[in-house]
Design a protein around this ligand. Structure first.
Ligand code: HEM
Length: 305
């Protein structure tokens, strides 16, 4: 199934594009520092949440699987993948996108939806009947799209977008209590979208150019927030938004400092994996979360072949 999923992602994106990720093909890797808040230590005994700053690697991406998709494409979307470097060469990752909820609750649905999105070679567009049938049978996908489309709109910068990890994770404290929640990266510069005219005139790869310019003159900052689950919130279904009031804890601040040139030379891929956790962080029983590393491995094998 994992090969089939990656084949379908290639087909949606006019690929395969050798050497590139199956999705989030175009990206910019940066050096960063993460400083946790005192509240973070209260929730988790994970090494990067104990108080001292840790080094981090961040990859911002255009979410398309085509490496030449314009950044101002209204449906391309973005990604922010963060690797926290721990002692002894260990690491833990958070992989996130601007969506509010995910489109599918299990890998079978994801595959079926991706198949329905493959363009017809005659029209260059997905078959409206197939796509319509999928959305009719999966109302959660329509809801995700409705909530997600405004968030996918092109922002003025990678540093003026928010990003969510969508799945629930459990932070385990020193007394072995687990605090379930969902992560959000909030940009300290605020969220800012391109206006219509800027969308029309933006350069194809403006997001990397803007980030380079921004970092040449300063630092891009994000706050890592953790929205604590209320009684009854689903921990396993990433298509469901947690409604109503929730306690939000600030876990720390990420300072993105500079772009790393030639970050992935041949033979040295950087792999961000949402299941690369560490002592003090637990995964939820979310089928999409469990599936992701299996599909990612296929993409990694292919892009490094
Ligand atoms: C079944 C569901 C999913 C599948 C099959 C899937 C598939 C993939 C694949 C094949 C890659 C390329 C991996 C690589 O070559 O390193 C990737 C990257 C990525 N995915 Fe997913 N994905 C899924 C769900 C998600 C979700 C729920 C999120 C956000 C919470 C997400 C965010 C990302 C991001 C940000 C990247 C780029 C990471 C980087 O910069 O290296 N994906 N995905």
């Amino acid at each position: 199934m994992w090969e089939e999923i990656v084949d379908a992602l290639h087909a949606v994106n006019g690929g395969p594009h050798p050497g590139y990720r199956a999705v989030h093909a175009k990206g910019t890797v940066c050096e960063a520092t993460f400083t946790p808040t005192p509240e973070a230590k209260r929730l988790s005994r994970a090494a990067h949440l104990q108080g001292d700053p840790v080094e981090a690697t961040v990859r911002f991406s255009n979410a398309s699987g085509h490496p030449r998709t314009p950044d101002a494409d209204p449906l391309a979307g973005r990604g922010m993948a963060v690797k926290f470097h721990l002692a002894d060469g260990e690491a833990t990752d958070i992989v996130s996108v601007p969506l509010v909820v995910f489109f599918a609750r299990n890998p079978e649905d994801f595959l079926e939806m991706t198949h329905a999105r493959i363009p017809d070679p005659e029209t260059g567009q997905p078959d409206p009947e197939k796509l319509g049938a999928y959305f009719a049978a999966h109302p959660e996908a329509g809801v995700a799209l409705q909530k997600g489309i405004p968030k996918l709109a092109p922002t003025t910068s990678f540093a003026t977008s928010d990003y969510r990890a969508l799945h629930a994770f459990g932070l385990v404290d020193a007394d072995d209590r687990t605090h379930w929640g969902r992560y959000t990266w909030e940009p300290e510069a605020g969220i800012e979208y391109l206006d219509e005219e800027q969308q029309q005139t933006a350069d194809r790869d403006y997001l990397e150019a803007e980030l380079r310019e921004r970092l040449a003159g300063g630092i891009a900052r994000f706050t890592l927030e953790f929205t604590l689950a209320n009684e009854g919130d689903t921990l396993v279904d990433p298509t469901v938004e947690w409604e109503g009031e929730h306690e939000v804890v600030e876990l720390g601040e990420l300072e993105v400092i500079r772009v790393i040139e030639d970050a992935e030379p041949a033979g040295s891929p950087i792999v961000f994996d949402p299941m690369r956790l560490t002592e003090g962080i637990e995964p939820s029983d979310d089928e999409i979360l469990a599936a992701r590393p299996k599909a990612y491995s296929v993409s990694i094998e292919r892009r490094t072949a």
